[in-house]
Write a new protein. Sequence first.
Length: 100
Amino acid sequence: KMSEATPYLKAPPQLEGWVGNKGFDPLSITDALPVYLVREAELKHGRVCMLATVGWIATDLGVRFPGEMFQSVSTLQAHDAMVKAGLMQPFLAFIGCLEL
């Protein structure tokens, strides 16, 4: 049976029975990982992307963290300013702990 989403590839058998299955797994990720884990990761990453978009828009509208160092930073300069201030590693460590 061929995939509905990518008709030139075979439909992954491990996706059978899952809601919304169109046979889309062009990298064969579900051969190595359980489907429930891949679907959970997809939902999580989608939600993180939505929050990042809201954060980008909020920063462009003028919302800032408290503190003088954050007041004059645009969205395009934010990463470099965080690295220069030495705040990026603790920030990433905190996010890493949340991931556990």
